[in-house]
Design a protein around this ligand. Structure first.
Ligand SMILES: [Zn+2]
Length: 555
């Protein structure tokens, strides 16, 4: 503390939205020694201004608690940013241009790696090898799509992997075939590893670089904490986090969700305990375990109760994939709960959601209540009977709101195959809130934009932001009853995600004694029409009172 008790930094003349229990507003905030020292009117903080205090006049801008992303993949996304990155491209011509450019500017790369294409660019969501062979005939190409559930490969990559028309589909995936029965150039889910196992893995140094690149980008969007939804498995990033946190270069607070190897059983728990013991360094804590229960709807690998429909609306015999046997899942979650782990599920469609909740129920019956805050991410399709169970079982709804809108992936690749009434069970955010569930939110970047303002925009409007790089044919509101209000959406990205991260005692709201993890947005979101939320921009991000991002035009 400064000798005279004065603040290090004071914000005045702002629209301070505290997200405290009363959702109180204030005008001014004082920061001292990395913590919030006062919240109130300009007059309230005046006495804390000393000769060395920096004073920032917010001029009516909005100050909020730093955003927290409850499900995101920063190191891999950061590595992607440094490779052949297709995320911001729109359409096949752009993709081909970027791939050609990357290949030309990286003549020494043995493989062309990166990814981020959108399924809706290709008929049936499945790009073909010949499109790549044209551009890169001599080196293998492997490019996962933006949700990572399908990979686009060229002939050279198929050859290296030894994939032919006779290769059986792996148990946890599918090789897309053309009309002649030849591998066509798209690999789904576990089939991707037939190729990716041959590709060079990022080195530890590249993972660290990716993490730091991602951190800079996330701070520029106002994010001060996140839960990394996969640490281990195909993203062996535990050592990168430990190294970066150990050097005190991890400015964000991060909870790591250790990867549950779905090909193994409870015998892996001692290894998870060992990773957790090693994985608590600086602002990083590997205290969660990620269990991926199913795939995604667009390639029919999400676990559904009734079978998917075919293109003509007739039932198929496909109910998707449960990656983990439901009985094993119950035993695993019960043990993990007893060991003090939080469980972070990928549970996308209604059977996966039910299996996840059933496993939490089994753990509650065996172990009684716990404060581990198990959470279900994605929750795209939830059977109405399961909605009250989130509150009853104390399971957190971890939503990725940017997907809850009409766009081509939803309209062309999802709704017709879910059918009536099931497609109306999608992203039931308001129903969950009304049923008393705790709501956290995240982006699943690099699947979709990690910009919380874009995501809050869709959570509130259920319409895609104007400039989203995705084909949008319909601007109708997607299931309007499931819109949530701005207060609820902001709370989900601050206190809700802080709760999931066990950071709610020290962050998540602007209250005296908490860390000064703060964000300044260029306008008071409540003072503009809700249809304009996505136009707002973050101008300043602080962690413990230190600037981790500042736009050019802030004091
Ligand atoms: Zn994810």
């Amino acid at each position: 503390m400064s000798a005279n008790g004065s603040a290090d930094l004071v914000f005045v003349n702002g629209a301070v939205y505290t997200v405290d229990a009363a959702r109180r507003w204030a005008q001014a905030v004082a920061v001292r020694d990395g913590r919030i020292a006062a919240v109130g009117t300009d007059a309230d903080v005046e006495e804390l201004v000393g000769s060395k205090t920096e004073v920032i006049d917010l001029g009516g801008k909005m100050l909020l608690p730093g955003f927290q992303d409850a499900h995101v993949h920063p190191p891999a996304s950061g590595v992607d940013m440094l490779l052949c990155d297709l995320h911001d491209a729109v359409g096949l011509d752009d993709y081909r241009g970027l791939i050609r450019e990357y290949a030309e500017t990286h003549p020494d790369a043995e493989w062309i790696l990166g990814g981020g294409w959108a399924m809706d660019v290709f008929p049936g969501g499945t790009p073909t090898k010949d499109l790549l062979d044209d551009i890169v005939p001599d080196r293998p190409v492997y490019l996962p799509n933006r949700d990572g559930h399908s990979g686009w490969v060229n002939s050279k990559a198929l050859k290296i992997a030894g994939i032919t028309r006779d290769t059986p589909h792996p148990r946890d995936g599918r090789i897309e075939l053309d009309e002649l029965g030849e591998p066509s150039g798209t690999l789904h889910e576990g089939a991707q590893s037939l190729v990716s196992d041959h590709a060079p893995e990022p080195t530890n140094e590249e993972w660290e670089q990716g993490l730091l690149t991602a951190q800079t980008y996330l701070h520029s969007l106002g994010i001060t904490a996140w839960q990394d939804a996969i640490v281990g498995g195909s993203y062996p990033t535990l050592d990168a986090y430990i190294a970066v946190a150990g050097r005190d270069e991890l400015t964000a607070r991060v909870i790591g969700a250790l990867w549950w190897d779905r090909h193994r059983g409870l015998e892996q728990i001692p290894e998870l305990l060992e990773s957790r013991a090693r994985g608590i360094v600086g602002r990083f804590s590997a205290t969660s375990v990620k269990i991926m229960i199913d795939g995604v709807c667009e390639n029919f690998t999400a676990a559904v109760l009734d079978p998917y429909l075919d293109a003509h609306g007739h039932p198929t015999d496909n109910q998707g994939i449960s990656f983990v046997d439901p009985e094993v899942l119950k035993q695993a979650v019960t043990r993990l709960d007893a060991e003090g782990f939080q469980v972070h599920y990928h549970s996308l469609a209604e059977r996966a959601v039910r299996e996840a909740l059933d496993a939490v129920e089994a753990a509650r019956q065996a172990n009684g209540p716990s404060d581990h805050r198990h959470h279900l991410a994605h929750i795209q399709v939830v059977h109405p009977e399961d909605i009250p169970r989130f509150r009853e079982l104390d399971a957190v709804a971890n939503a990725q709101p940017l997907w809850a809108a009409h766009e081509s992936q939803m309209d062309d690749l999802t709704i017709p195959f879910l059918g009536e009434p099931r497609w109306t069970w999608q992203y039931p955010f308001e129903s969950l809130v009304r049923a008393g569930a705790v709501l956290a939110m995240g982006s699943d970047w690099s699947v979709s934009s990690p910009d919380p303002l874009q995501e809050i925009h869709v959570a509130v409007n259920r319409v895609m932001p104007e400039d989203y790089p995705h084909r949008v044919d319909s601007r109708d509101v997607f299931l309007p009853d499931e819109r949530i209000d701005l207060t609820t959406a902001i709370a989900a990205f601050t206190m809700g995600s802080a709760y999931v991260n066990h950071l709610d005692e020290v962050t998540g709201s602007v209250e005296v004694g908490k860390y000064a993890d703060l964000v300044v947005v260029d306008r008071n979101l409540f003072a503009y029409p809700q249809s304009e939320i996505s136009r707002a921009k973050v101008v300043l991000t602080l962690v413990e009172g230190e600037r981790v991002f500042a736009a050019d035009d802030i004091g």
